[in-house]
Design a protein around this ligand. Structure first.
Ligand code: KIV
Ligand code: ZN
Length: 384
């Protein structure tokens, strides 16, 4: 029996903080409805105290979606928690996500306080939030750089105060996968009341390790993962939803599943990219333009013999129509013959050899040989 990993999507909060990615409330509702169709378990809809617009967005998203839990961010401050609770009043299932810095760097240079005072504030905020809603998630900001023994004390304290979920963020994208996995394992082994809460992971991509770290956290026992569509987020971004979900889907031996309807991954990626005016890089895993494109002769030949030779998932699994064979000067005869046949042209071997030589001449000049160029080459071969 597979175990469930809950998907907490923060595209509309951590993702939307990115300069240039701001959405209106109406646009956020469109994205939230799409996330609901995609099957995310939690939508982090915003940070209500930050602006009247963000407050309104959380209110309207709470009304617009039925299935996912709607979550609102707050600092460990009563005014923030009140704003979050007020904004969630229409949510069928509402969650307050409150928290405070947990690393000594944050404790000294951001809060100018002590570890003891941080624990007191964390307990007070959690208890206060629990008076307003049943479901309270606590984030231990910068847990990636926090002292492990202190982190475990903080986690135990907030679970004791009523936190239902505890988030262990690698806020600065600092950890290596084995280090982050070991951190989560330590928490499971040293926090007495750990069974009373779900452990959540939230990784940033400053070293390009967000997905690897998230998977390490999941393998160490965390059962909620915080992600964004296309990995958008502060600085180098957050963990990508599509990467974590497909890693779990491809590696069935892990025995872990999500509630994500994977064929909606690509349409959702396109929608978010368009609305947030944030292009997806061509080689982005799963959703990039080249994610299912084959361009070298060796790969094309292998792919045409059997797709499994060079693909670990079907493009249709994630909502992409089909794989692409891109014809360039690195392509071989097999790919050329295949594309010509798709265009309705069949040639004997000597003609094809000759056509291939002329194809290479064109390909050396143009970066990519398109169907129009091929039809022209084919017609010249027929006329010769
Ligand atoms: O990266 C982070 O630590 C956060 C918290 C607010 C959860 O986004
Ligand atoms: Zn974050």
């Amino acid at each position: 029996m597979s175990q469930r990993v809950y998907i907490f999507d923060t595209t509309l909060r951590d993702g939307e903080q990115v300069p240039g990615c701001q959405l209106t409330t109406e646009e956020k509702i469109i994205v939230a409805r799409q996330l609901e169709k995609l099957g995310v378990d939690v939508i982090e809809a915003g940070f209500p105290v930050s602006s009247p617009g963000d407050f309104r967005s959380v209110v309207e998203i709470s009304k617009a979606v039925q299935e996912p839990t709607v979550c609102a961010l707050s600092r460990a401050v009563q005014a923030d928690i009140d704003a979050a609770a007020d904004a969630l009043q229409y949510a069928r299932r509402g969650r307050i996500h409150t928290g405070i810095g947990s690393s000594d760097i944050h404790i000294q240079h951001k809060f100018n306080t002590t570890r003891e005072k941080i624990i007191e504030r964390a307990i007070d905020a959690t208890k206060y939030a629990r008076k307003r809603v049943e479901d309270v998630e606590f984030y231990c900001e910068d847990a990636g750089r926090a002292d492990l023994v202190f982190l475990a004390q903080l986690v135990e304290a907030v679970i004791g105060a009523g936190a239902t979920v505890v988030n262990i963020p690698d806020t600065t994208g600092y950890c290596l996968p084995d280090e982050y996995g070991a951190k989560i394992k330590y928490i499971f082994e040293h926090v007495k009341n750990i069974h009373k809460a779900t452990i959540s992971i939230h990784c940033h991509n400053d070293l390009g390790l967000a997905t690897a770290n998230s998977l390490a956290g999941i393998q160490a026992g965390a059962r909620q993962v915080e992600v964004t569509i296309n990995g958008i987020g502060e600085r180098a971004g957050n963990t990508s939803l599509e990467e974590v979900v497909m890693a779990l889907n491809v590696h069935k031996e892990l025995g872990l599943e999500t509630g994500i309807h994977a064929p909606l991954i690509f349409p959702t990626s396109q929608l978010v990219s368009k609305m947030m005016r944030m292009p997806v890089q061509a080689n982005k895993a799963i959703v990039g333009r080249n994610a299912f494109a084959h361009s070298s002769g060796i790969h094309q030949d292998g792919f045409l013999k059997h797709t499994l030779n060079y693909e670990i998932m079907n493009p249709q699994d994630v909502g992409v129509d089909k794989s692409d064979i891109v014809l360039t000067a690195r392509s071989g005869r097999h790919a050329l013959k295949h594309r010509l046949e798709l265009l309705g042209f069949t040639f004997d071997k000597p003609t094809l050899d000759d056509l291939y030589r002329r194809f290479l001449d064109v390909a050396d000049v143009k970066k990519e040989v398109n169907d129009k160029d091929l039809v022209e080459l084919a017609r010249t071969a027929i006329a010769a």
